[in-house]
Design a protein around this ligand. Structure first.
Ligand code: KIV
Ligand code: NA
Length: 278
């Protein structure tokens, strides 16, 4: 399978061919995502929540993103990889922003970066695109701003909000973004934005009118303990339960000396024993 690129993504939108994206954070998850045939892997800063155990994405650092992105890239050499720019690494100065983008691309081996925000980051997006780096936008619920938004709430419910989202999407398109993630946006507004833009939208909790869908790996597979159902997620596996019962069976067999069994051990030649026991 040939790697997707941003030109083909635009064609997929024109052809009505949905784009599939899933997050991944390490080598084995990336290998499996690629084998499963996903179009795009997102090394999301959701790794803060699902892999590093933080409550929000805010503590995630550029070093974290580079480290995880590089692990994913080793596992998915033929899949288009987008890596998140973490909290506050693209707001202080264009110089610092480009340095961070450069690390994500050169050390993290991503093919593109993603950043949260609308019209207010359009100039930044433009500068990064001018440097030859594809940028995926991200509007709607933007978790890096959770303290300002005041929770993980649905965006685009009223007219003013819908208008703002559309203008943000337009600004990102004009700045040269190759696509936009729409997170927790009402279906009507997401569908309208998708139909008005020439670049693909990739939705998460944004309904059926988007040009593609993205979900978090650990949500798709229930790869955690006490998985809490989210309305916008569909689970397609129960890895958490499989891992728990697998490890518990292993522990049990160690305790009862069922493991290791004869087929797991290595035998020495007879005279080795004779010599050892003298
Ligand atoms: O970090 C992430 O996983 C994301 C997706 C939810 C779009 O940004
Ligand atoms: Na993210």
């Amino acid at each position: 399978k040939q790697m997707l690129n941003i030109v083909k993504m635009k064609r997929m939108k024109q052809d009505g061919d949905p784009i599939s994206m899933i997050t991944a954070y390490d080598y084995p998850s990336a290998v499996l995502a690629e084998e499963a045939g996903v179009d795009i892997i997102l090394v999301g800063d959701s790794l803060g929540n699902v892999v590093l155990g933080y409550d929000t994405t805010i503590p995630v650092t550029l070093d974290d993103m580079v480290y995880h992105s590089r692990s994913v890239a080793r596992g998915a050499k033929n899949t288009f990889i987008v890596t998140d720019m973490p909290f506050m690494t693209y707001h202080r100065s264009i110089d610092e922003t480009l340095r961070g983008v450069s690390r994500i691309m050169q050390e993290g081996h991503a093919q593109a970066v993603k950043m949260e925000g609308g019209a207010e980051i359009a100039d930044t997006v433009k500068r990064i695109v001018q440097a030859g780096v594809p940028v995926l936008g991200h509007i709607g619920l933007t978790p890096q701003s959770v303290n300002q938004i005041g929770g993980y709430r649905i965006q685009g419910k009223d007219e003013a909000d819908a208008k703002r989202l559309f203008e943000d999407a337009r600004a990102l398109e004009q700045a040269g973004a190759f696509g936009i993630v729409l997170e927790l946006v009402t279906e009507e507004v997401a569908a309208y934005i998708s139909s008005e833009l020439s670049i693909p939208t990739i939705g998460i909790g944004a309904g059926r009118g988007c040009d593609g869908q993205v979900l978090v790996y650990h949500d798709v597979l229930k790869y955690t303990s006490n998985y809490r159902n989210k309305r916008f997620v569909k689970t397609f596996g129960d890895i958490g339960e499989q891992i728990r019962s697998g490890i518990s069976a292993y522990v049990q067999e160690v305790k009862t000396r069922q493991f290791p069994a004869e087929e797991h051990v290595f035998a020495a030649e007879d005279r080795v024993l004779d010599n050892l026991y003298g």
